[in-house]
Design a protein around this ligand. Structure first.
Ligand code: HEM
Length: 245
C-alpha cells in the first residue's frame, strides 16, 4: 500500500501539547508532595513555598490551556472543536466501527483523532479545566495569590484585622471565626481538586497506553507526529482541509 505524509498537528497544537505535558507533570509532582506534606514532616514555610511554586506553574498551565481552548475555534481543521469533541454527522456509526476495530487485526487509520480518541481528549481537557478553575480558587484560599487572593484575605481579616497583613499559616494575622467560615467554603473546592487529580492520573494512564498501542498496531508515527506535525498513512485517506502551520 502506498504511504504518504499528511500534515496534521499545527505548531500551536504541538506547542500546547508539550508545554501542557511539562506543566501537568510538574503540577502532579509538586501536588503529590503537598498531599503528603504531613507524612514528609515538611514545615509550614516549606508548605507555603511548595504551594507558591505549584501556583506559579499553575499560571503557565492556565495560560497555555486558555490559548488551546481559543485555538479550538481558529486553528487548523484537526485542532478545531468540530474535530476534537465527540458528535457531528456520522459520529455514532464511526464510534461503533472504531470500537469494533479495537479488536480487529487491521484497524482503519485516521488522520486526526479517531472517534474513541475524541472522547478521551475531551475528558482530559475537561479534567484539566476543572483543575484549573479549582486551583485558581485554592491559590486565593491557601496562599492569598491572584486571581482571588485579595478577596479571601479581606474575608479572613474581617472585622478586626488588617487584610494587607494576612499571611498563610499565621493564625495571628486572621480573624478566627471568619477564617473558619472561609475554610468551610474551601472544603468542596479542595475535594474537587483532589478527586480530579486521581481522575487525571487515570486518564493520563489510559492516554499513554492508547497512544503506544496505536503506534505499535497502526503505525503512522502517531507519537513522533506530536513533534513533527506529520503522520505517514495510506494514500487513500482524504485530508480534511489545507493545513495552517
Ligand atoms: C493538572 C493540574 C493540577 C494538578 C494535577 C494539581 C494537583 C494538586 C494536588 C495533588 C494537590 C494536593 C491536594 C491536597 O493537599 O489535598 C494540589 C494542591 C493545590 N493546588 Fe493544584 N493541581 C493542578 C493545577 C493547579 C492550578 C492551575 C492551581 C492554581 C493556579 C493549583 C493550585 C493549588 C493549590 C493552591 C494547592 C494547595 C491546596 C492545599 O492546601 O492542599 N493547582 N494540587
Amino acid at each position: 500500500m502506498a504511504l504518504v505524509e499528511y500534515r496534521v498537528w499545527d505548531r500551536t497544537t504541538r506547542l500546547f501539547h508539550w508545554l501542557n505535558f511539562l506543566c501537568v507533570l510538574g503540577l502532579i509532582c509538586i501536588g503529590t508532595v503537598i498531599l503528603y506534606a504531613g507524612d514528609l514532616a515538611i514545615p509550614n514555610d516549606g508548605k507555603v513555598a511548595l504551594k507558591t511554586l505549584h501556583v506559579w506553574v499553575g499560571y503557565v498551565f492556565l495560560i497555555n490551556l486558555a490559548w488551546r481552548l481559543i485555538w479550538g475555534f481558529i486553528g487548523n481543521s484537526y485542532a478545531r472543536w468540530s474535530s476534537v469533541l465527540p458528535g457531528g454527522e456520522g459520529y455514532g456509526a464511526a464510534l461503533k466501527s472504531s470500537i469494533r476495530e479495537l479488536f480487529s487485526r487491521e484497524p482503519e487509520p485516521h488522520i486526526g483523532h479517531n472517534p474513541l480518541g475524541r472522547i478521551a481528549v475531551t475528558l482530559l481537557l475537561l479534567a484539566l479545566l476543572v483543575q484549573g478553575v479549582s486551583g485558581s480558587i485554592l491559590a486565593g484560599t491557601d496562599v492569598y495569590m491572584p486571581p482571588f487572593g485579595s478577596y479571601f484575605a479581606e474575608w479572613v481579616a474581617t472585622p478586626d484585622k488588617d487584610p494587607s497583613l494576612v499571611r498563610p499559616y499565621s493564625p495571628e494575622t486572621v480573624n478566627e471565626a471568619s477564617y473558619a467560615e472561609m475554610r468551610e467554603f474551601r472544603s468542596p473546592v479542595i475535594a474537587t481538586h483532589l478527586n480530579t487529580y486521581y481522575v487525571l492520573l487515570a486518564l493520563i494512564l489510559i492516554h499513554v497506553i492508547a497512544v503506544v498501542t496505536m503506534e505499535v498496531r497502526k503505525g503512522g508515527n502517531i507519537i513522533s507526529a506530536m513533534f513533527t506535525g506529520r503522520k505517514t498513512l495510506p494514500q487513500h485517506l482524504k485530508p480534511e482541509t489545507e493545513i495552517v502551520d
